[in-house]
Design a binder for this molecule. Structure first.
Ligand code: PGA
Length: 260
């Protein structure tokens, strides 16, 4: 871990960092360590990856580690959490485009090891497609590490309020707040898809390690509910309270309502 974490303190599975950059660098280092450890053991590192504003600096740091500190991704197998539906992979708002832009175009991950839900399949093929996505994750022995953000409504992936604990990869309806938050990327609210393909909560909590990153004051209320509130499907991230392998990584602004 970098030694410039001057105000970094850790309480059980909660890691508090001074700012978003330090939190992101900390998360990137956790991921890099896992990749290197698995390389030493000659094993793939199976990563569950997230999109949105939250992980962008994590990816920037991973790229820096690749370019300046010889971190290779040759053993990485990745599965992204979600994708809007319908959307084409070349669409600028698609998460396929996002992942190429923010990470994959800049590292040496093998293209055949990158998995992002394809949201251009016809409605009659979705169920089969989602089952296939689950089977592929299982075929690699499950996720070694899942990186998560949190939506302002408490969603993880696109598991919106009301998602069941045993949900797996499926087509979901997007919550109005999720669509509103996506409006800036799509130009107008009408352009924001109403649905998405999302890996389920059951799939996420099977990961051997989970890093939940929450940054900025706009996440302070929901992260406080997720960590200290009642466990409820109305706040999907609250379900993680029951999962020992979760580490919450917060910057100071996101931790505003956390009792330290
Ligand atoms: P954000 O999204 O990083 O853009 O805030 C997080 C999420 O919806 O999981």
């Amino acid at each position: 871990m970098s030694n410039n974490f001057n105000t970094h303190s850790k309480v059980n599975n909660l890691t508090l960092c001074t700012d978003a950059e330090q939190a992101s660098i900390y998360a990137a280092n956790q991921i890099a360590e896992l990749i290197r450890e698995h390389q030493k053991q000659g094993k793939p590192a199976v990563l569950g990856l997230a999109t949105g504003k939250t992980p962008t600096t994590v990816y920037k740091e991973l790229i820096r580690l690749h370019q300046n500190e010889s971190l290779s991704f040759h053993n990485v197998v990745s599965f992204n959490l979600d994708e809007y539906y319908p959307i084409g992979p070349k669409d600028l708002q698609s998460y396929t485009y996002f992942m190429r832009h923010y990470l994959f175009n800049h590292i040496d991950c093998k293209p055949q090891n990158i998995h992002i839900p394809h949201a251009d399949c016809s409605p009659d093929r979705i169920e089969h497609y989602c089952k296939d996505y689950e089977d592929k994750i299982a075929s690699f022995g499950g996720l070694d590490l899942q990186l998560l953000g949190i939506g302002r409504n408490g969603h993880i992936g696109f598991n919106e309020p009301g998602s069941s604990f045993d949900s797996t990869t499926r087509l979901v309806d997007l919550h109005s707040l999720t669509r509103k938050d996506a409006e800036k990327n799509f130009g107008t609210i009408e352009n924001v898809p109403h649905q998405a393909i999302s890996v389920g909560i059951h799939t996420i909590i099977q990961a051997k390690r989970i890093l939940l990153l929450a940054l900025g004051k706009e996440k302070s209320e929901i992260i406080s509910k997720a960590l200290n509130g009642e466990i409820s499907t109305e706040v999907p991230a609250s379900l993680l309270q029951t999962i020992p392998q979760v580490e919450y990584i917060l910057d100071r602004d996101a931790a505003a309502f956390i009792d330290r």
